[in-house]
Design a protein around this ligand. Structure first.
Ligand code: 5AD
Ligand code: SF4
Length: 481
């Protein structure tokens, strides 16, 4: 159930990471998307070289960093609340310094220093390599700000410190920024222009993860399907690139194939896909390689053509259906999940019904659903009045969530009676005699532990389910071990 309605991970703190010789303690908290969690691992890596070990205890910290999200107003309010808490702790640890990283840092810049007196340092998502200098400034008693966005920075040369890791699954970022300009979205302003990371550095990171025992990776980007490497820089410059650069360019389906071939036993996932950029090549590559999981997160945002246009989504309802049909034709058991926004400006009851009927057509396996939250500076904020009353947004949202719950249950039930490969990630949240893992479709599966261990691929007979969890019995090791 929580998978369906919960905002993507909130405020997870980290497990300690120790390097001998380091004397200072860094406490880092991350909010928002997986990219932010992945960025915190880059930040920990950069600061580890500056003498900082991570700590999971706020009360022990010399430096407190909060990696923030601006996607909805609520995400920002959560961070402001946490800053109040940090303020209370600082009273007992006056030397403790506080830095704000990520999207709020980029959106509000030095304004944050004025509004939140506790904050010593403001660092945007492309400025983390400057952290050693910024920390020195702060140590010398000055405030420090770097919110410069980059056209090239991908952190491809930084080996992330795996924080809060189960040792089995890891994120590997492949693009940064976004060029899509959906009118509701703050991301193009906070994360800048889209750029792709050198495929060689991606494959090296993936190989290294496999050698260290990781069994599954998720390739991350705001829009992975528009990945394009031709030697660096922005994608728009590709049209002016040389013939050699064009001939040796690597797109997303080629990158997927490179990673799948580099480590044929490693499970590969990716997120997020944008409907207008997802090509048949990608779907065919997924079908071709056994180790690429059958799961696509494919946000739609609305089922109404008029609203899709107002959102600048660059595809129609019909085009989306065609893409869904193609996915189902080529990968019949592919799980598909959505993001939907309800109550976008001018949304009528008919538009809302269109969203519900689109959901009926697709019958998504999972979903992340949100009420529209106006973000300052976006095209939607400039062009439209936020005119859907809170009560109506709330009612439409609950109708959408209710439908998603029914569809999730329908999809989950389809697994009953099947034998599926599950990668064990840890102990079940409900029972410590059971393992918890996921199948290829990303559905959580729980089953009795027996002699299996974390990181094993196990063939599991699915016996029953709730709307979000499959319950089964282990049959044997998978040959993928
Ligand atoms: N209001 C509500 N939800 C939003 N999202 C992005 N911007 C907004 C906004 N202004 C949602 C979209 C996106 C997901 C990450 O967050 O559904 O896909
Ligand atoms: Fe939040 Fe978007 Fe920034 Fe991720 S990129 S942290 S979702 S605003």
């Amino acid at each position: 159930m929580e998978k369906i309605i919960e905002e993507k991970k909130q405020g997870t703190t980290i497990k300690p990471n120790q390097k001998s010789g380091n004397t200072r303690k860094l406490y880092i908290e991350s909010y928002g998307c997986q990219m932010n969690f992945s960025d915190s691992e880059i930040v920990a890596s950069i600061l580890s070289k500056e003498g900082f070990n991570t700590t999971s205890s706020l009360e022990d910290a010399d430096l407190v960093l909060v990696n923030t999200c601006s996607i909805r107003e609520k995400a920002e309010l959560t961070v402001r609340k946490r800053l109040e808490k940090f303020n209370a702790v600082k009273k007992t640890r006056p030397h403790m310094k506080v830095g704000v990283l990520g999207c709020m840092a980029e959106r509000l810049k030095s304004q944050l220093l004025e509004e939140e007196k506790i904050v010593d340092m403001v660092v945007g998502p492309d400025a983390y390599k400057d952290l050693p200098n910024l920390v020195k400034e702060v140590d010398d008693g000055r405030n420090a700000v770097n919110v410069i966005l980059s056209k090239e920075e991908t952190y491809g040369d930084i080996a992330p410190v795996r924080l809060n890791s189960n040792g089995v699954t890891a994120f590997v970022s492949i693009t940064r920024g976004c060029d899509n300009m959906c009118t509701f979205c703050v991301v193009p302003f906070t994360r800048g222009r889209e750029r792709s990371r050198d495929p060689q550095s991606i494959v090296e990171e993936v190989n290294d993860l496999w050698n260290r025992g990781f069994k599954e990776i998720t390739l991350l980007g705001q829009n992975v399907d528009s990945y394009l490497w031709y030697g660096g820089g922005l994608k728009k410059d590709f049209k002016d690139s040389t013939e050699i650069q064009k001939a040796t360019a690597v797109n997303f389906s080629q990158l997927l194939a490179m990673v799948a071939e580099a480590q044929p036993k490693l499970r590969i996932r990716f997120s997020t896909s944008n409907p207008q950029d997802m090509t048949m090549d990608v779907i065919e590559t997924m079908a071709h390689y056994n180790n690429i999981c059958n799961y696509i997160h494919l946000p739609v945002q609305s089922g109404s053509d008029r609203i899709l246009k107002a959102m600048n989504r660059l595809h129609t309802r019909d085009e989306y259906f065609k893409l869904i049909d193609n996915i189902r034709k080529i990968i019949p058991d592919c799980a598909i999940s959505q993001d939907i926004i309800t109550g976008f400006p001018t949304e009528t009851e008919q538009d809302h019904q269109d969203t519900l009927s689109l959901m009926d057509y697709v019958k998504y396996d999972f979903g992340f659903m949100f009420a529209y939250s106006e973000r300052p500076g976006t095209m939607a904020a400039r062009k439209f009045e936020d005119d859907i009353p809170h009560e109506i947004k709330k009612r439409r949202l609950s109708e959408i969530i209710e439908k998603q719950l029914a569809h999730s249950l329908y999809r989950t039930q389809l697994h009953i009676g099947k034998i599926e490969e599950v990668l064990i990630e840890g102990v079940s949240k409900k029972s410590d005699t059971q393992w918890r893992g996921r199948n290829s479709q990303n559905t959580v599966v729980v089953f009795p532990k027996e002699n299996y261990k974390v990181g094993d691929f196990v063939m599991v007979q699915i016996d029953s389910c709730t709307s979000a969890t499959l319950i089964g019995t282990a049959l044997d090791y998978s040959e993928n071990n």
